[in-house]
Design a protein around this ligand. Structure first.
Ligand SMILES: *Cc1c(COP(=O)(O)O)cnc(C)c1O
Ligand code: SF4
Length: 344
């Protein structure tokens, strides 16, 4: 490697974290700005102000740039725009729709499925998805930093049946590269842990996070004896704009398996062509469509509900149009079950 190349790499490593953090700091956090930037009618901001009191609005500039201006029904906008419908109480929709609090071994550590545990490793996200099943999750009670690593590692080390740890959130890639490395070092020192899975929406909504420092961390994780797997979350093909496609290409190019989970959402992707385009866009980037999730019945999200019969029709249509590896599994999370339920 030439000295020039090495210097350039060092400069990239020093600059990149600042650049994604800068982009995060410029995220939109008030309805008035969102409405102004997208040229929407004023009453949209008034409703959003009312509805965002329980779960504030957050949307990155990069995600905003992919929305159509002047269209309140844009499928990306719908995912982040608070509506009056969120404030309605709907029977069957509650604060903890999948019984997560019952599966908690300690705050933020969920052991529900065989062989793997899920850790709420970060208390925040770069975007607030209005349908999020953790929109009422008590993040304030989850441990941070070394306390979180210590608590998880003590639990995992004591159970040799655990081969995989899933970092979830919030969004675990909002942690610094140093914190991520700490997770890899500590989990990598437990002999029976072989995989580190990361559930993140950042490659989609904040693609600059996939920088040289993150790719270094993935390499370091592998060197520590853990195979990293990444599960991203995109629901609509318009989310996978050029900057996002580049980020996914960098991840796949680093040799990391990348899967996508989507949530079936009324007015966003409950349409055969939209889902087919999403899946094809993903496989063209070598990202595997993994799950299509039935919406969890979380309070405030009932207006996104799509009937399971409709979901099954959509999957049948995808089967007719796409190769088998491009068709996601249609699943639902269920309280007290040993795995997600296959709805097909
Ligand atoms: C979905 C989920 C997992 C992972 O399930 P996979 O089917 O392996 O993707 C693990 N833990 C919890 C609590 C989950 O909700
Ligand atoms: S990024 Fe994931 S965890 Fe965060 S609000 Fe969206 S769905 Fe919820």
């Amino acid at each position: 490697m030439s000295i020039l190349h090495e210097l350039q790499q060092a400069a990239n490593n020093a600059d990149s974290p600042r650049s994604w953090r800068r982009e995060l700091a410029s995220a939109i956090r008030d309805p008035a700005t969102l409405v102004r930037e997208l040229n929407l009618p004023g009453h949209v901001a008034d409703a959003a102000d009312r509805a965002q009191r329980l779960f504030p609005i957050v949307v990155t500039r990069s995600f905003l740039a992919r929305m159509r201006r002047g269209d309140p029904d844009d499928p990306l906008l719908r995912q982040v725009l608070p509506l009056d419908a969120e404030t309605e109480t709907v029977p069957g929709f509650g604060p903890d729709p999948v019984g997560e609090l019952a599966a908690e071994q300690s705050p933020g550590l969920l052991h529900k499925y065989a062989g793997r545990v899920l850790v709420v490793a970060a208390p925040a996200c770069a975007i607030h998805c209005r349908y999020c099943f953790r929109r009422h999750f008590p993040y304030d009670a989850t441990p941070r930093g070394d306390d979180a690593v210590d608590a998880t590692c003590a639990y995992v080390a004591a159970d040799p049946s655990l081969h995989e740890v899933i970092l979830s959130g919030g969004d675990p890639l909002l942690l610094s590269d140093e914190s991520l490395l700490r997770w890899s070092e500590r989990l990598g020192s437990i002999p029976h842990v072989r995989r580190l899975r990361v559930h993140t929406r950042l490659p989609i909504v904040l693609p600059s996070r996939v920088d040289a420092g993150l790719l270094d961390w993935l390499r370091a994780t592998r060197a520590l004896g853990l195979a990293p797997w990444i599960v991203v979350h995109a629901n609509h093909p318009a989310e996978i704009a050029d900057d996002c496609a580049d980020a996914l290409t960098r991840l796949v190019g680093a040799g990391v398996p990348v899967l996508n989970q989507a949530v079936l959402l009324r007015g966003v992707n409950d349409d055969e062509s939209v889902l087919a385009d999403l899946c094809e866009r993903l496989v063209d980037l070598r990202v595997q469509p993994y799950y299509l999730h039935q919406l969890d019945s979380v309070a405030g999200a009932a207006h996104f509900h799509v009937d399971e019969s409709r979901g099954r029709e959509l999957i049948a249509a995808l089967r007719r149009r796409l190769p088998g590896f491009a068709v996601p599994r249609y699943v639902r999370e269920a309280a007290g079950e040993a795995h997600k339920l296959d709805l097909n």
